[in-house]
Design a protein around this ligand. Structure first.
Ligand code: FES
Length: 113
């Protein structure tokens, strides 16, 4: 397997059902908190077998009320993310398929959920 094919496979592009982007700050949140949250998200996604790619983002231009996480393809945005809040999002949204509506801060216009 060549390097490109290996990279695409490692990124799980062919099998991912969702893609999570987490803002790592520095303006919407404390970067150290976002880093700890990132490690938690990685661990929990692995443990649960959720088919989701994960990417660190460096600012969505919201710059307050973070850390922000956006879930694609739905285009659902959650702010003020914590490990505890992520657990509910993991269970209800990423596994169950239903966004946690009271925590949805914004969603893309094409979102039908
Ligand atoms: S630093 Fe997170 S949205 Fe700008």
């Amino acid at each position: 397997m060549d390097a490109l094919s290996a990279g695409l496979k490692k990124a799980t592009i062919a099998t991912a059902q969702r893609h999570l982007f987490l803002c790592m700050g520095p303006d919407c949140c404390v970067p150290a908190h976002a880093e700890a949250l990132w490690e938690h998200i990685k661990q929990r996604v692995r443990e649960t077998g959720v088919q989701a790619m994960r990417t660190k983002a460096q600012c969505f231009r919201i710059c307050t009320g973070g850390p922000w996480i956006v879930v694609y393809p739905e285009g659902v945005w959650y702010g003020d993310m914590t490990k505890e809040r992520f657990e509910r999002i993991l269970t209800e949204h990423l596994i169950g398929g239903a966004p946690v509506s009271e925590w949805v801060a914004a969603k893309n216009a094409h979102c039908t959920l």
